[in-house]
Design a protein around this ligand. Structure first.
Ligand SMILES: Nc1ncnc2c1ncn2[C@@H]1O[C@H](COP(=O)(O)OP(=O)(O)OP(=O)(O)O)[C@@H](O)[C@H]1O
Ligand SMILES: [Mg+2]
Length: 252
């Protein structure tokens, strides 16, 4: 098998209050995979995403990106991997929607015309093309989530980590984000999606990982993992309403 894109060894995160967020994770993620990491509230999904991108330091263990420790590859990691935060307000910095989406490409050093093109394409992809002049604080919760998806999209990252990308979204919003996910997958990008809303997106997954109390309980082809699912994992089998894994999407 190819070298992993991310390689996680014995990852542990313990907080000063003794709370264990991540309790010892070993994980290899590969280029071009669409991986869904599912787990109940508090299972460690957001912490894992933050640590993969070097935004939170582990207490123990090591993470490598393209074979190098994160500290040695920070510049490459910033350019090649983008994260859609679960907390959208923490990620919105622009005075207007257009300015906000333009920050990523601007930081990457693109020329004005290219930035304009990327911003327009990204806003169209998430259905916000007519809200370019809005101050982001006046957007609804679902519109804010689409805005942060557009921001990461405009950077053109090879890898995208999406933390609860469907939170707050109405049905058209979910469909729009699913179209983005489908297109990125077709373009061969690496997708890491953290969610418990499997019925919306599992059809796109090559691999399903179940996280519980900071530990990986299962990891494999979605159908096999669902067949082994235990109640204690706190993840609902989406086949309660969709007969087959390939039907688990809100995209027509
Ligand atoms: N600063 C902190 N201090 C103490 N405990 C923390 C801190 N940050 C996170 N935790 C704990 O770490 C655990 C994992 O949190 P995390 O946010 O990764 O969960 P999650 O799977 O993303 O949950 P959700 O589905 O609600 O987003 C939780 O039990 C949380 O209380
Ligand atoms: Mg979370």
């Amino acid at each position: 098998m190819a070298n992993p894109l991310f390689s996680v060894k014995n990852l542990v995160k313990v907080f000063p209050n003794g709370n264990r967020g991540i309790s010892g994770i070993d994980l290899d993620l590969y280029t071009g995979e669409c991986v869904i990491i599912a787990g109940a509230n508090g299972s460690g999904k957001t912490l894992l995403a933050e640590m993969l991108l070097g935004l939170t330091d582990p207490t123990e263990g090591e993470i490598r990106f393209q074979g190098l420790p994160l500290d040695d590859t920070e510049a490459v990691l910033r350019r090649e991997a983008g994260l859609v935060f679960q907390d959208t307000d923490a990620q919105i910095i622009g005075e207007t929607v257009v300015e906000d989406v333009g920050f990523g490409p601007k930081n990457l050093g693109f020329f004005k015309e290219e930035i304009r093109r990327r911003v327009e394409a990204a806003l169209t992809a998430v259905g916000l093309a007519d809200k370019g002049d809005y101050p982001p604080r006046r957007l609804s919760g679902g519109e804010k989530r689409r805005l942060v998806v557009a921001g990461v999209l405009a950077m053109g990252c090879e890898t995208m980590i999406l933390d609860e990308p469907f939170a707050n979204l109405d049905w058209p919003g979910v469909v729009q984000v699913l179209r983005v996910i489908r297109d990125l997958k077709q373009a061969g990008k690496t997708l890491i999606i953290l969610t418990h809303e499997l019925e919306k997106v599992l059809a796109f997954a090559d691999r399903l990982i179940i996280l519980t109390q900071g530990l990986i309980r299962d990891d494999g082809p979605p159908e096999e993992v669902l067949n082994r699912l235990q109640d204690t994992y706190g993840v609902r089998d989406p086949r309660f309403s969709y007969a087959r894994v390939e039907d688990c999407t809100w995209l027509d």
